[in-house]
Design a protein around this ligand. Structure first.
Ligand code: ZN
Ligand code: ZN
Length: 432
């Protein structure tokens, strides 16, 4: 086994003097030996010091690999263009040949380059005292300090302080400690990085073939935290009977935040109206007549009558009468199914979602209308019930509650997509 001291140069010499294939063979032998130890039923007393040493050796191996990457990086000719461009040369080779992610490959190359200027960190890494992640945390922080006031002089001091702290912290905490240090040294430098991160924010909202949306993006610390806190607030603690995965809950929470934002009516008016979603449908679809066409979301994407009736339950409805050619003959006035006053009365009466054992508060709920306005059902508080978003969705898919003789309530699931009650509106549409 190679003996490293804390001088980088000497270990480089030691590595170069080895024959590559015999180096790998002795490494393989060591690995096989460790595997044998794992299967040999060692006691905890024997395993813990073994693991400690093995981790230190892994750090040394990571350091040696980083040096090898650095050597390759210096050998490969830099193609035309920016030598730091991660698309070309060593990082591209790591990415394409070793199937690393682009950012991991670039991180590896950059670390090899940066360590050349940070001998103390390189030595601690080579000696196995620092892990790859710790080394990354030190290098990242020192790099930033060098950009601030005091430049490389302060960076050297920061490097030694970080190496000291690395003994006490895990890599994440070390990075956080480093941020405090950076602020103490030069608050403007930390603020500059926040500006950079803010400018690097992005969000893609790509419509998929089934009308859904793929979300992808990056938020800075402040925006991401704002979203996280809002999601936590809107979701509340997870209920025992909530079988949704954390991802499903977050998706529902994001939609809920957006819905409340639209419902608040506080968004600025654009094109004469407050932002809202538009669903168009024929009277036949609204009534659920057999053979009726699908409704359309946002002027084009066909959605089911069930979804239409659920959305329309608690929405502004504008009756528009179309000619056979599809030209509007009459545009009625938008009416909300439950006026703000009625909603207040509803909240007072129901207090929470009326589904069995659901206690989601009124601002989580929609005013579900039990009568189909097209069949002349009135809109008054007596015919409205509060249902939270998930239970409102279930109701319109035909789920019902049934009280059993012993007083318990059971949920009745539909055998097929059921025809259920539709929305309410103040009065029927005008006659043609
Ligand atoms: Zn409803
Ligand atoms: Zn509910």
């Amino acid at each position: 086994m190679l003996q490293y001291n804390k001088n980088m140069r000497s270990c480089e010499v030691a590595t170069i003097s080895e024959d590559p294939s015999s180096s790998l063979a002795s490494l393989q032998q060591g690995i096989d030996g460790l595997r044998g130890c794992a299967a040999s039923g060692l006691s905890a007393e024997a395993l813990t010091p073994l693991l400690r040493s093995a981790f230190a050796l892994r750090n040394q191996l990571d350091s040696a690999i980083t040096q090898l990457v650095g050597a390759l990086d210096q050998q490969l000719p830099v193609a035309d263009g920016d030598p730091d461009d991660p698309v070309i040369s060593c990082a591209a080779w790591l990415r394409d040949e070793l199937h690393m992610t682009g950012s991991a490959a670039w991180g590896q190359v950059r670390l090899a380059r940066q360590l050349r200027d940070l001998p103390a960190t390189a030595a601690a890494f080579a000696g196995g005292e620092l892990s790859y992640q710790h080394t990354m945390a030190v290098v990242r922080t020192v790099d930033r300090v060098a950009l601030g006031a005091g430049g490389s002089g302060r960076a050297q001091v920061a490097e030694l302080m970080l190496l000291d702290e690395a003994r006490e912290h895990n890599p994440h905490d070390l990075l956080m400690w480093g941020r405090h240090l950076r602020h103490r040294l030069d608050p403007a430098e930390l603020a500059d990085e926040e500006d950079e991160q803010h400018r690097r924010q992005w969000l893609n909202l790509n419509r998929t073939w089934n009308g859904g949306y793929d979300l992808e993006g990056h938020l800075d610390a402040e925006a991401g935290t704002t979203l996280k806190v809002a999601l936590q607030g809107v979701l509340g603690p997870r209920r025992k009977d909530d079988e949704r995965s954390p991802g499903q809950r977050r998706a529902a929470g994001l939609a809920e935040i957006a819905r409340r934002c639209l419902d608040s009516g506080e968004l600025p008016v654009r094109g004469g109206v407050r932002p809202h979603i538009i669903v168009t449908a024929t009277l036949e679809t609204l009534r659920g007549d057999p053979g009726s066409p699908a409704a359309e979301l946002d002027w084009g994407f066909p959605i089911s009558g069930d979804s239409l009736r659920r959305i329309a339950c608690d929405a502004d409805l504008t009756p528009i009468l179309l000619s056979k050619e599809g030209n509007p003959l009459y545009v009625g006035r938008a009416r909300r199914t439950a006026s703000p006053r009625m909603r207040k009365a509803l909240a007072q009466r129901d207090r929470h979602c009326v589904w069995d054992r659901c206690d989601r508060p009124p601002d989580w709920c929609q005013g579900h209308h039990r009568d189909l306005w097209a069949q002349g059902g009135p809109t008054d508080v007596d015919r409205l019930s509060l249902l939270c978003t998930p239970h409102h969705r279930m109701f319109h898919r035909g789920h019902r509650l049934r009280r059993l003789p012993d007083g318990r309530v059971e949920e009745v699931t539909p055998e097929r997509p059921a025809m259920v009650h539709g929305p309410g509106i103040h009065g029927p549409p005008p006659a043609a």
